[in-house]
Design a protein around this ligand. Sequence first.
Ligand SMILES: *Cc1c(COP(=O)(O)O)cnc(C)c1O
Length: 734
Amino acid sequence: MSPAATPPSAAATERANWTEVTAEALYQKLTALASNLWWSWRPEVTQLFRDLDPVRWRQLDHNPISLLREMTPDQVAERANELAMYTRINQAHRRLKEYLTDTTGTWAAREAGVLGARPVAYFSAEFGMHESVPIYSGGLGVLSGDHIKSASGLGLPLVAIGLFYDQGYFKQHLDEEGMQGEEYLNTKVENLPMQPALGKNGKPITVSIDTRGGALKAKVWLMSVGRVRLYLMDCDVEGNSPEDRELTSRLYGGDRRTRIRQELVLGIGGVKALGALGINPGVYHLNEGHSAFAPLEVIHQRMEGDGLSFDDALREVAQNTVFTTHTPVPAGHDRFDADMIEEHLGPLREKLGISHQQLMGLGRVEPQNEGETFCMTVIGLKASRRANAVSALHGVVSRRMWAHLWPWRVEEEIPIGHITNGVHVPSWLAQPMRTLFDKYLPLDWPQRMGDSRVWEGMYNVDPGELWETHNALKLRLLDFTRRRLSRQCRRRGEDEAVVDATRSALDPSALTIGFARRFATYKRADLFLRRMDEIADLVNNENRPVQFIFSGKAHPADEPGKSFIKRIANLRHDPRFAGRVVFVEDYDINVARHMVQGVDVWLNNPRRPLEASGTSGMKAVLNGGLNCSILDGWWAEAYNGNNGFAIGRGTQHVNDDITDERDAQDLFHVLRDEVIPRFYDRDADGLPRAWIDSMVESIATLSGRFSAHRMVTDYVRHCYLPAAGGVSSEMSMR
Ligand SMILES: *Cc1c(COP(=O)(O)O)cnc(C)c1O
């Protein structure tokens, strides 16, 4: 008999089957890991996916589902075999399972048990959790993402409601002239960690909202973010008109009508979805005004269910509602005219038994004033018993801004408190820095990261070790930046010489300043250009050079914001700045992570007091970056004289141009007289001792206070527990 005809031995068959089973099981475990965004803040799991195929991992925007879909179970098994990954995969999978089933060992199990039966429902128009899930545009979204990740970490019973944008926000490319181009991608649902949300009856849910022009429908997706379930409303369903099917395609796209319909779906649709899911929240947290229609639908439910009058239901619902306002910039407060409100809320208004005037009154500072449009912030404030701003200074500004709503009160007694924003530490912390924290902080620091005392351990850090860790991260940022710059030049079809030059852009030993955020005009990315010649001197100083990395998108309709980008990006044609002031295109969570982890200095120079909080600087803190900022938003309460740098003294002029001129002057002075000397002043070992002291001081004094764990526990204590428990005292958070 020829060997080929030999029947396989029993052992060989078994081995083959075993391999197949293992390959299949392994693949399933990886798929389970990829299906819960928990992986994104677990470095050891992220590393697993990267190891499967480092090149594709990068090309696929770090999306593990796309990556796995490109591979067969056998290919995965082979790769896992090569790299001996079995144990790591099994361990990660077991850890996820343990994490999801731990219901007693969490902070919330001890401190917020009463929320257990009736969870917090957290509404937000955007959620920024990871670059591979593009349903965010900027700070508000990233804050929401960080909020729910921390809620998960703390074991807080919380469900989140948002919108699913299949085209998300846009991808940014600059042309030869530095003009921003916007490209919308179609995100494939199959490549995202979500599935249809099922109702009580086990069937996918569709909600329907009556308007004067007919019903508007939305289906509901479920995304798992650790222990938190995030429900995303999506209007691309049969039964909607072609325009309505595209209603939730893009974030902050379209006109006023698009906006009100999106907000109708988020607020009213979101509450209906919770009902269909059998979730009965004890607290409604409206994160910014976009979702502020929600209380109207809750009122409707209470009137129907408990036979309450509108006024009684409003009082009850307000008791359960928390409202957070996020900006003093007028354009950030949505307003709709009376026709638009009647078209979209008329049918619900009739069920509530109130007149058009009454409804409009809920959205007006002066209810009877027909000249006033309907403002989402106003209804948010009126329909919630607890309202807050997002930093101490923003609290003062917001109380002044909305004082007319409580004309009989003095400004200090306007019932808007503040809870300063924070960031989700595991999401923004670089792995090498985490290793350092593991060494110098108490063992249980990941469970107690919102506690300031935990961070005092940093005062014992070895200065040389901290400095080396930082410099390794800085090199990583410079590598990333050069790679991006060369890709940008290549895409524009520029000369090979230009592409080549990007390889030597930026100097690893030069003081590196990062500036990245949305290019909203009040953030004044171009402020340093008011002192262009002086800054050029700093950049070109032979012994103590400075370099800048910029990144950020302008809203497609924001022409002034686009012109800022153009001016900064075009500095590459100015020999004084070429290779020393660079612009990285397409700012997103990935670019943000690289930048905040690698810069020496994080620059922020908004026009005071318009930056309600700002959060990117908090991310830099965790990684040893020093903030250099106007005393606005969070920095006004964070700066202590030695944990970073202040631009100016926290003043502003009524004339913006004078303010800008003074701030530019102060920016230049603080760079020349404080930042640069402290960075370049080295001891015998070549260490910048005073600088490292500031790094330690910054990490030790700020990491806990500006962590999302601290923020979420504050919300629980000051808002969620009182709102759920019927405690009737007004919030005292000032
Ligand atoms: C943190 C973050 C922001 C917010 O930055 P600010 O400093 O608050 O303006 C915006 N976009 C991305 C991608 C972020 O990660």
